[in-house]
Structures are given as structure tokens and as C-alpha cells.
Design a protein around this ligand. Structure first.
Ligand code: SF4
Length: 369
């Protein structure tokens, strides 16, 4: 199959440029490259090195890794195999944020190509991703309304809002640049989905790549007591009882109310957590949907030019049943089961105030208090 447009792309080149497309695995069969070869053979040292660089760059900065030097200098086959290796590595990495951050980075990289692709190439990639675009007269593209809504939800640019779209007969017309941006989102969703892997393959990758897996775990920001990508160091052990309880609930897969979710995101933003870290905090929620969570977190953290929404004060949390200053009998740690004297100080009115009293750094204090 050859696609019309500039530049033209055949089946092999399509998979080389877009190695995440369903069916691209066939390329390794055609090339007679086994997973074991890819993981162990000295002739693939360079491929593995590039694959590690892809994974680690995503962990460092998923939104700024489109131009990776190792990749820019690689031959097409090395690019393709390094992608497969990175995918194997991330599927064997127990750090959940690593795969998601890599998915963002690879989607951005795909966007570089998609943003200058012909309408036909965009339509072919979209079709293979299960989000078909129709190409009309003069290369005019349209997408089904449902696909549009699913892909556009996490995109925060105002001109992607549904109300601003030209809708006719259940389809939305798209300029090529906007179609490329929607496909970037489709790629991210495709790559962020965990893929089942045979136990023996996972064991092989883990034994051969333990250093890279450790490095990924070190670089991916998670809400732990260590510096984050933000300007402050998170100190979860100093969080107030209400926030600690919210995090425990989510980690245990329990449902947290809407007001609790809002309070947690607004609080984490003010204590210096970056967006990836905040999204991670919701990963255990029973109804976790990454795209929706990301959209909601960005809505909270981008408010007022990045200052974010004000986290609710203690009185509000109490009225929503979220204050646990008397202790949480269900908590595993003894310290969480008893009443917290700081919460009973007469001047304490805000969870951020609690955090500051205990020595936690707050990026920007609330106006009141
Ligand atoms: S008193 Fe305030 S800081 Fe303490 S648990 Fe209740 S809401 Fe949280």
C-alpha cells in the first residue's frame, strides 16, 4: 500500500514512523528479530541504548522530549526496534508513572510527523488507531462526534471545546493541524494502556535491565518524601490527617467524594506537586480515567494563571465529612488512629496552615489564615 501525499509512505515506512500502530509487530517477524534477541544480543546494543534513552527521557520530561539526540541520529530500523525495546522495558517496570510519561513523550514525537503529514496519511494512521477520519473534497477531514469528544477532553486549548466546532451530520470538520493534535492524543491513549507480557519475557527484561528499571523509578515523580519536578519538596509525612486519609483511600481503591478529590488536587498543587504527580495520586480510584483526571487536574491547577483554586479550609472539609482530626480508626498506622493536637489549635483554619506548622514548604500560601 502506498499513500498519496507529502512525503509518501509505504507499509514498512508507516510502521517505522508510527511503530505503535496495531500490526507493526509483524515487522519484527519479517525481520526475524525475536524478543530474546532484542533483549540480549550484542548486535542490538545500540538499539537498547536508544530504547533506554527514550524511556528515561519520558520519565524526565514527557512534554519536552520530542527532539531526542540519540533518536535523531538513528537509522529507521534502529528507531523502530528501539521503540519496541522501550515498550518492553516499560512493561517490565513496576513504577506506574513511567509508562504514562513515556506515552506522552512518544505521542509528542508522533505529532512532529503528523503535523506535516498529508490528509491521506493522517487518515491512515487514524484508521489504524480506531479513530477513523474521512477525507472529503480537497483533503477536507472530518471525525465522528464521539471520537472527537473522547480525544478532545484532555486538550485544554479553548478552540478544541466542543461548542466551538463545526458539526454537521454527527461529524466535525478538522483542519490538518487539529487532526494531528487529536491523533497525538489517540497515540498517547494507545501507548499508556498496559500490555500483557509473558512472565518469562518480563523476568528476562527485569534481570537484564535492572539498572534502567531502577533509574526509571528514581526519575519518575511520585508523591513521596523526595524532591519533585515542582519548586518545593513534597513532605507527605507532614500532610494533615484529612489529606493523608484522602490519599490512603485512593491508594486502597476506595471511592473519594468529588469534594475530597477537589480538595486533594488543590492542596497538592499548593505544596509543589507537579501535574503528573497529582494525576498519579488518583490512579488507584475505582473509576480512574486518565484523560478525565488529567483534564480536571489541569482545570484546578491552571486557574488564575497557575495559582490554582484555593484548597478548602477546615470548616468546609468538616462540613463535607472529610476532617479526621479525631483520628481514623481504620488506619493501619497507629499515628493515624489518634487525634492530632495541631488540628485542635484555636488558630488552625486551613490544611495548608497545618502543613506549614509542621515545617512543610508551601509554594504559595492562601490569602486567608
Ligand atoms: S482540622 Fe483541618 S487540617 Fe486537621 S484534619 Fe481537620 S480539616 Fe484537616
Amino acid at each position: 500500500m502506498a499513500l498519496r501525499g507529502s512525503p509518501p509512505i509505504d507499509e514498512l515506512a508507516l510502521w517505522g514512523e508510527y511503530p505503535f500502530l496495531p500490526g507493526a509487530d509483524r515487522l519484527t517477524e519479517d525481520l526475524s528479530v525475536s524478543v530474546r534477541d532484542l533483549v540480549t544480543e550484542p548486535r542490538y546494543d545500540q538499539v537498547r541504548s536508544i530504547g533506554r534513552a527514550r524511556a528515561l527521557a519520558g520519565a524526565d520530561d514527557p512534554r519536552g522530549t520530542a527532539a531526542l539526540a540519540e533518536l535523531a541520529n538513528a537509522r529507521p530500523l534502529e528507531r523502530y526496534l528501539s521503540f519496541l525495546f522501550a515498550r518492553l522495558l516499560l512493561a517490565s517496570t513496576p513504577t506506574p508513572g513511567a509508562l504514562r510519561r513515556w506515552a506522552v513523550a512518544e505521542a509528542k514525537r508522533a505529532y512532529d510527523r503528523l503535523s506535516s503529514a498529508s490528509a491521506e496519511e493522517l487518515a491512515e494512521v487514524a484508521r489504524r488507531l480506531g479513530r477513523p477520519l474521512e477525507v472529503g473534497m480537497g483533503g477536507r477531514l472530518t471525525i465522528d462526534l464521539v471520537d472527537y469528544v473522547q480525544l478532545a477532553v484532555p486538550i485544554r486549548e479553548a478552540d478544541f471545546r466542543l461548542a466551538a466546532q463545526p458539526l454537521a451530520h454527527g461529524r466535525i470538520a478538522l483542519a490538518r493541524a487539529r487532526a494531528a493534535r487529536l491523533l497525538e492524543e489517540a497515540v498517547r491513549i494507545e501507548l499508556a494502556r498496559p500490555r500483557p507480557m509473558a512472565a518469562e519475557v518480563e523476568a528476562l527484561v527485569r534481570s537484564r535491565e535492572s539498572a534502567a528499571i531502577e533509574e526509571l523509578a528514581r526519575r519518575v515523580p511520585v508523591p513521596r518524601a523526595r524532591p519533585t519536578a515542582g519548586p518545593a519538596a513534597l513532605r507527605p509525612e507532614l500532610f494533615p490527617p484529612c489529606i493523608r486519609k484522602m490519599r490512603r483511600m485512593l491508594e486502597a481503591g476506595e471511592n473519594l467524594s468529588h469534594s475530597g478529590r477537589f480538595a486533594l488536587a488543590a492542596f497538592l498543587h499548593r505544596v509543589g506537586a507537579d501535574e503528573e504527580t497529582i494525576v498519579d495520586a488518583y490512579r488507584g480510584a475505582p473509576d480512574f480515567e486518565e484523560a478525565i483526571t488529567r483534564y480536571q487536574v489541569e482545570h484546578i491547577t491552571h486557574h488564575e494563571g497557575g495559582r490554582g483554586y484555593e484548597p478548602p479550609e477546615c470548616a468546609t472539609l468538616r462540613s463535607h465529612g472529610l476532617c479526621v482530626r479525631e483520628g481514623d480508626p481504620a488506619a493501619a498506622a497507629p499515628a493515624d488512629r489518634v487525634r492530632d493536637p495541631i488540628c485542635f489549635e484555636p488558630t488552625l483554619r486551613h490544611p495548608l496552615q497545618y502543613y506549614r506548622i509542621r515545617g512543610g514548604p508551601v509554594v504559595e500560601a492562601p490569602e486567608r489564615g
